[in-house]
Design a protein. Sequence first.
Length: 396
Amino acid sequence: MSLLLTGRIQSTLRHFLHNEAAGGIILMMVAALAIATANSPLAETYFQILHVYIGPLSLQHWINDALMAIFFLLVGLEIKREMLDGQLSTWSRRILPGAAAAGGMIVPALIYVYFNWDDPSTLRGWAIPTATDIAFALGVISLFGRRVPTSLKIFLAALAIIDDLGAVIVIALFYTAGLNLLALAAAALVVGLLVWLNRTGVKSLGPYLALGAVLWVLVFASGVHATLAGVILALTIPLKLTPGTPEAHHSESPLHRLEHALHKPVAFAIVPIFGFANAGVSFTGVTTAVFAEPLTMGVATGLVLGKLIGVLGTVAVLVKLDIADLPAQASWGQMTGVALLCGIGFTMSLFIGLLAFNDPTVQDHLKIGILMGSFTAGTLGALFLGVFGRRNKTPV
């Protein structure tokens, strides 16, 4: 294990990305198992179980909206730490993933619009290829361990969370049937209380987590995607970095304690469950003509070429203009691989697609496009990282 990052404690996400390739392997296995199950004699049982209601929500909604809020909480904690004392602590490091995420949303949307411009009925799905699946993208990159520099993994994590936040905004603005303004106002009040706890120096995690649960309920009721509550909560968890404080004491902060508590449950339970529940797509009745349809081509091409051009092109422009720096110890070949991994859409793309279209046939076609694009982008991204990663064997 590389422990050369002296002077400060390695963050949980860095440790996870360096050493938990097993988590990525498990994720890939359960995704493949889900697809196989959805196209087997067990398919009917598989889909029926996902739609069984437990209280007010189906099992699939509990997984996507509740469990994934915990995953977003963990990633949000890491992003906050990196912005205060890590890879995102300088302006050049902050602007790079943010601008890349924006480019990685705009270009795929334009490509989709190009393919579907003449069909108003499918044009509504323009946002489908704009999303990046955090779990799958990080799962793939984790398989390469130390052959990919930590800075590039942190860049992907930051870009992916910003991308998903952008997707949530898009959903709220363009795919939300109606917003509950009262619930939104109540959620804002809870956020204010969380900020007050932070400002008054409350170190116990109990009050934050209790208010976080209330925040999740209110965000869910508001019509905005509930996973946003996890990120908001993470930003209010204290990370005390006072001058003169011994670095070893920083591990006792609420942020560090919560990161370490969530690490294994997220890596080995929440993310695999999420992958199994969402990767299952049935190919029943699908013909080869589907692959050439504007909807399918728009989604697949947007995910592969759109993300590649949008992310890599934005990074290249910013670096060329000296506005930002390439992540430390990363090569352009590795950056190309990461840009391709951003084309793994899966969950959020599926979520947007199901909001955009009600017709089951159209839904099946967009799922094919998402699978095509995500598989191609993931395979090419892994190929680039495998080839260019061999040049970076120095522990980081």
